[in-house]
Design a protein around this ligand. Structure first.
Ligand SMILES: Cc1ncc(COP(=O)(O)O)c(C=O)c1O
Length: 360
């Protein structure tokens, strides 16, 4: 099956084979070696040149676990988080804070609009009780790229903590983490890094990590400082999904060999193939090109075709597309191009799509 959904993704045979490495105990030196290798590779790939300024925490859990661990660990008692919300995943961050009964404020935008840095600057000047700002890098809801650098500069200039959900962006979009002092970045194994789903990770700026130690501990499983302490000693506080770590390690090896910049170019090229052909077919994208990511394109459904029938007919031919969420459910469809996908596979998908649309 060719997966054109934003994770889980198609992985290489090399990554799949890594699942078959020997059974090991996570309290033994073999696991320590594996974990430390993964941490070093994450830092080298995503904070090159600033490896000493960041810690990489890896946990068993999906992307949401990584985001929630960052969010829960970032606030002292009595302070608030401001969430820049322009999609399902921004909304989810607000819900996390609300559920834990911590203070949350939002700057809310419609799902096709980027947050405005100047509005944020004003809000931060007016609200000293806001300690942290959270935003999604790539809003998977529509495939929209948020202005990370501009927002990070405002957050940094106002001496606040910036938390970035880069779950669907890391290795698919360029991102300077260390330059604009982003304090926490959440990622996952099973999207653009091309591993299996099942691991989340958070890159944390070390100066902030020390401050976090004085904040209340709000979760048994998702307390980041506990992971940092255990991982310093080469283990994890809870039983890790060892085989998924093996595959993640291999996916990171592949990414180091390919290079992040080249991977981004590869994704961009595939997205362009999809976009050019869809434009010829008259299928209308939800976002203008200046807002689109390298790995997801959201489209309005062609006249007379429901999402379900389009999905089912494509799936019969071996292609899985993705539905809209929330207010866009049943109005749009999404085509993701993360993972091990070849140009002939994409051409096959586009031919199948064209056949279905011309018969409808
Ligand atoms: C931007 C973003 N954040 C968080 C998540 C949650 O990840 P998971 O479904 O792995 O928990 C996703 C999933 O697609 C996402 O796209």
């Amino acid at each position: 099956m060719i997966l054109l959904n934003p994770g889980p993704v198609n992985v290489s045979e090399r990554v799949r084979q890594a699942l078959l490495r020997p059974d090991i105990c996570h309290r033994e030196s073999e696991f320590t070696e594996l974990l430390h290798g993964i941490q070093a590779k994450l830092l080298k790939l995503f904070v090159p040149g600033a490896e000493a300024d960041y810690a990489a925490v890896v946990l068993t859990g999906s992307g949401t676990a990584a985001v929630e661990s960052a969010v829960m660990s970032s606030l002292p008692q009595g302070k608030r988080m401001l969430v820049l919300n322009n999609g399902v995943y921004g909304e989810r961050i607000s819900q996390m804070i609300g559920l834990y009964r911590l203070g949350v404020s939002e700057l809310k935008y419609d799902w096709t609009t980027k947050p405005d840095p100047e509005r944020l600057r004003l809000a931060l000047r007016q609200h000293p009780e806001v300690q942290a700002v959270a935003m999604v890098h790539h809003e998977t809801t529509t495939g929209l790229i948020n202005p990370v650098k501009e927002i990070a500069d405002v957050v940094d200039s106002q001496n606040r903590v910036f938390i970035l959900d880069a779950v669907s962006a890391l290795a698919g979009e360029s991102l300077d983490i260390a330059g604009p002092h982003i304090y926490m970045v959440a990622g996952t194994s099973g999207k653009c890094i091309q591993g299996f789903p099942g691991l989340g990770f958070v890159l944390i700026r070390k100066g902030f990590l020390e401050k976090m130690r004085s904040y209340p501990r709000r979760s048994i499983y998702l307390s980041l400082t506990q992971y940092v302490d255990n991982q310093g000693a080469g283990t994890t506080p809870f039983t890790p999904a060892v085989q998924i770590y093996y595959a993640f390690d291999e996916a990171l090896n592949e990414l180091m060999e390919e290079g992040v910049a080249k991977r981004i170019q590869r994704y961009k090229k595939i997205a362009t193939l999809i976009r050019d052909r869809m434009a010829k077919l008259g299928v209308k994208p939800v976002l203008t090109p200046d807002k689109q990511s390298n790995t997801i394109t959201a489209y309005h459904l062609p006249e007379g075709i429901t999402y379900q029938s389009l999905h089912d007919k494509l799936k019969e031919q071996g292609y899985v597309i993705y539905a809209g969420q929330g207010q866009f459910e049943s109005q749009i469809f999404r085509v993701a191009n993360m993972g091990v996908l070849t140009e002939p596979q994409i051409a096959g998908f586009l031919d199948a799509f064209e056949r279905i649309c011309t018969k409808a």
